[in-house]
Structure formats: structure tokens, C-alpha cells
Ligand binder design. Structure first.
Ligand code: SAM
Ligand code: SF4
Length: 328
């Protein structure tokens, strides 16, 4: 699938649920209303969609959410998609808050998953619960250990939050380095209504990198995971640190990704409203031809780039939809 700007679309991020057992302050309001069940794609519909994308050239598939591991029956889908690895698919991965990894790490590895991204914004237990509201750090750390024991490569995702965890980034890099994990820092993105004010939390990663460089030797690298992060080798740890900077840096020119929400809406760009409704196609016909046609038509409209701005005047997110629906 080649889009109008010559980019080869090989990476699908698929949200398997909008539900979550955490309520991270930058992601959801505490009384978040979730979608009615009939709006969500069934596991069979998710599989049909994923297989169609693989047939059309997607080689990397990331399951996300919400919290993917709270979707009932998810392992059946993971197992079936795992069978495509080496048969069209290069990689099947998962982004998780880690709360259910103790239970599922072995099964994920057995299904062919080799890497997981685990989101941890702080190693301070009290602060962790403040940020995630419902999360418990020890449970997540046990999940990381379970993933390590299962032989999964773990990357830690950390959203950099001004005045909240900005003083802990060195400590997180030390912790990750000691365990052999890469660390990926993320800027807050203006997606979905939350309880607080996002402009207060916004911390430019250019600043974070400059601060890290006082204590660490960072060397730019061409390492790429297919995602939008720019990576640096950390000489002191032998691991990498990545920066995802959607607001301060334009990462669109190399974009090979599209996102399918848990309701079957295909977003060709995280930062644009244009989308294609694949659920109607999935439900109105068993024909894979119709599905592939709809996907191709959507890719032909993939925009050149995003348009993120925090609406600072009205203190509103640039886009109304939540990351938990679109899939982070
Ligand atoms: N629940 C899983 C997790 O937390 O890893 C997967 C879904 S979550 C939406 C994926 C990633 O998006 C997480 O690393 C999370 O921290 C990040 N995220 C959520 N809302 C965000 C926002 N508004 N800005 C930047 N990152 C966000
Ligand atoms: Fe849940 Fe992930 Fe959103 Fe946190 S960031 S509320 S863990 S979906």
C-alpha cells in the first residue's frame, strides 16, 4: 500500500478495546464513559480486519487500547495473529500498562510476541497512583519481571509531565539501563477531554534531552522500530533512549502507520479527523474484496501530516477523541 506521498504503509496499530483498569490523568477523565459493547469490533472482526491489512502489505502489527490485556478472550486473537508471523507478518507487538502481564507474559511469548512496550511514568509508588489513579506500581513491576522471564524484550514508555515526573527521568534511565530496557519518552498530546489542563503538563522533549545530556552521553542512531521515535544510544548503559515529539517536531515525512480503533474506524493520521468506517464494511459483507477496496481507498487519502495544536485560548484538546479509543 503506497500512499499519495510515496510512503509505504506497513504498520498497523490496532486498538482492541477502549476500556482500561487505570485512569491516567493525561489520558482519561476518572468517570470516563466507555463505548457500548455492540459498537466494538468482535474478536473475529478484529482478526478479519488485521488479516486484510496483512494481505495488503502490513508487516508489523501492534495491539493497543485502552488496555489490550483487559479485553476478554484477547489471547485467542493473539494466538491466531501469531500464526501469521513469518507468513506475511514480521512482528506482532503490544503496548500495555503492565497490570496483567504476570498472567499473560508466557502466553504472549508462546504466541510469537517478542517485544512489549510497558508504560511506566514514575518509579515512585505514591506518584504512580496519583498519575494512573487506579494503578499499583508493584503489580506493574512484577509484570515487567514476568515479561523478562518469558524472554520478551521490554521497552518502557514514559510520558514526560512538567512538574510531575520531570525530575525522575535520569532515575528511570538508570533503572532501564540496569535491566537492559530501552526507554521511550513521550510528549503529552492534545487528544480527548480530560479533567485537568494539559497545557500545564506539557514539557518539550528538546528540553529534556538537553538536560539528560548533562549526565549521559547520547549518540544519535538510525535505529528505528517502525514507530515515530528518534533514538539515541546511551554510552553509559548500552541501551537506547527514544523521543516521541509530536508537537515540537514533525515526524510525518517517514510515517508508515495507520490506526484502527476498537470500533473499526481507520485513522490514516493520529492528528487528523479524516477516517474510514471499516465496521460497516465488515458487517455488511463477508467479502474480503469489499474490505480491501475500502482500505485501499482510505490509504489513497492519507494526509501529508498532522495538525496538532493545543487550543490554548479555549483550553481544549485539538482533537476530541481519546488516545484510548484511537490506540496509543
Ligand atoms: N494502556 C496501554 C498503555 O498505557 O500502555 C496502551 C494504550 S495507551 C493509550 C498507549 C500510550 O499512550 C501509553 O504509553 C500512554 O502513556 C500514552 N498516552 C495516553 N494518552 C496520551 C496523551 N494524551 N499524550 C501522550 N501520550 C499519551
Ligand atoms: Fe489506560 Fe493506557 Fe490510558 Fe493509562 S494511558 S488510562 S493505562 S489506556
Amino acid at each position: 500500500m503506497i500512499d499519495p506521498f510515496g510512503r509505504n504503509i506497513t504498520y498497523l496499530r490496532m486498538s482492541v478495546t477502549d476500556r482500561c483498569d487505570f485512569r491516567c490523568v493525561y489520558c482519561m477523565a476518572e468517570d470516563m464513559h466507555f463505548l457500548p459493547k455492540q459498537d466494538l469490533l468482535s474478536l473475529e472482526e478484529l482478526e478479519r480486519a488485521a488479516i486484510a491489512f496483512i494481505r495488503l502489505g502490513v508487516r508489523k502489527l501492534r495491539l493497543t487500547g485502552g488496555e489490550p490485556l483487559v479485553r476478554r478472550g484477547l489471547m485467542a486473537l493473539v494466538n491466531r495473529l501469531g500464526q501469521r508471523i513469518g507468513n506475511g507478518l514480521d512482528e506482532l507487538t503490544l503496548t500495555t500498562n503492565g497490570s496483567q502481564l504476570v498472567r499473560f507474559a508466557d502466553e504472549l511469548a508462546a504466541a510469537g510476541v517478542r517485544r512489549v512496550n510497558v508504560s511506566i511514568d514514575t518509579l515512585d509508588e505514591t506518584k504512580f497512583t496519583k498519575i494512573t489513579r487506579w494503578g499499583r506500581l508493584p503489580q506493574v513491576l512484577k509484570g515487567v519481571e514476568a515479561a523478562e522471564s518469558a524472554g520478551l524484550h521490554v521497552k518502557i514508555n514514559m510520558v514526560a509531565l512538567k512538574g510531575v515526573n520531570e525530575s525522575e527521568i535520569d532515575a528511570m534511565l538508570t533503572w532501564c539501563g540496569a535491566r537492559g530496557h530501552d526507554l521511550c519518552l513521550i510528549e503529552t498530546m492534545p487528544l480527548g477531554e480530560i479533567d485537568g489542563d494539559r497545557t500545564d503538563q506539557y514539557l518539550p522533549l528538546s528540553e529534556v534531552r538537553a538536560r539528560l545530556e548533562r549526565n549521559w552521553t547520547l549518540a544519535p542512531t538510525n535505529y528505528a522500530t517502525g514507530g515515530p521515535a528518534r533514538y539515541y544510544e546511551v554510552a553509559e548503559t548500552g541501551t537506547r533512549v527514544g523521543f516521541i515529539t509530536p508537537l515540537t517536531h514533525n515526524f510525518c515525512e517517514g510515517c508508515n502507520r495507520v490506526r484502527l480503533t476498537c470500533t473499526g474506524t481507520l485513522f490514516m493520521c493520529l492528528g487528523q479527523e479524516d477516517a474510514a468506517d471499516l465496521r460497516t464494511v465488515l458487517r455488511s459483507s463477508q467479502s474480503d474484496e469489499a474490505l480491501e477496496k475500502a482500505i485501499r481507498a482510505a490509504i489513497a487519502r492519507k494526509p501529508k501530516g498532522h495538525d496538532f495544536v493545543i487550543d490554548r485560548t479555549h483550553n481544549r484538546p485539538a482533537l476530541g477523541r481519546h488516545m484510548s479509543v484511537t490506540g496509543g
